[in-house]
Design a protein around this ligand. Structure first.
Ligand SMILES: [Zn+2]
Length: 159
């Protein structure tokens, strides 16, 4: 099975569980300082940015535009401009996704336990607009890896 087909199959499973999630969101749903309707997000984001940030998608490995970016600067949330990662924390993990050792501030990123697909991971979300960014992996002791989709980021060269 091709990876794309597998993802399509998995996202079908996700859709089936949406009603339960919607009820949860009404009861104790998290509100963010920046909130927009789906239609508004679709208008300001590219289809890939929308898929990754608003539908918790994952871009193809080794395909993101910032994977090999070595320039100095700030990586901001593509949805709301929140400062997320500085280039100083970026490293080559060999995994195919931009990887960082730490965020600019723990306050700018929300970490949510994620057990989807039978895995035990920590989802990374922008604390200002709720955008899905990627996942935090802590399998190597003392070396956290913030694995982030290029599509969720906007790079700003400089400082
Ligand atoms: Zn954001």
């Amino acid at each position: 099975m091709k990876r794309r087909d597998l993802l399509r199959c998995l996202s079908g499973t996700l859709l089936l569980s949406l009603p339960a999630m919607a009820v949860f969101a009404q009861d104790g749903g998290k509100r963010y300082p920046v909130e927009k309707t789906d239609a508004e997000w679709k208008r300001i984001l590219t289809p890939e940015q929308y898929y990754v940030t608003r539908q918790k998608g994952t871009e193809r490995a080794f395909a993101g535009k910032y994977l090999n970016n070595k320039e100095k600067g700030m990586y901001r949330c593509v949805c709301c401009g929140n400062e997320l990662f500085h280039s100083d924390a970026k490293f080559d993990s060999g995994t195919g996704w931009p990887s960082f050792s730490r965020p600019v501030s723990g306050r700018n990123i929300e970490e949510i336990k994620d057990t989807s697909y039978g895995m035990n991971r920590t989802e990374l979300v922008c604390s200002r607009c709720g955008a899905h960014l990627g996942h935090l992996y802590t399998d190597v002791p003392g070396k956290p890896r913030y694995s982030v989709n290029s599509a969720a980021l906007q790079f700003e060269k400089g400082h």
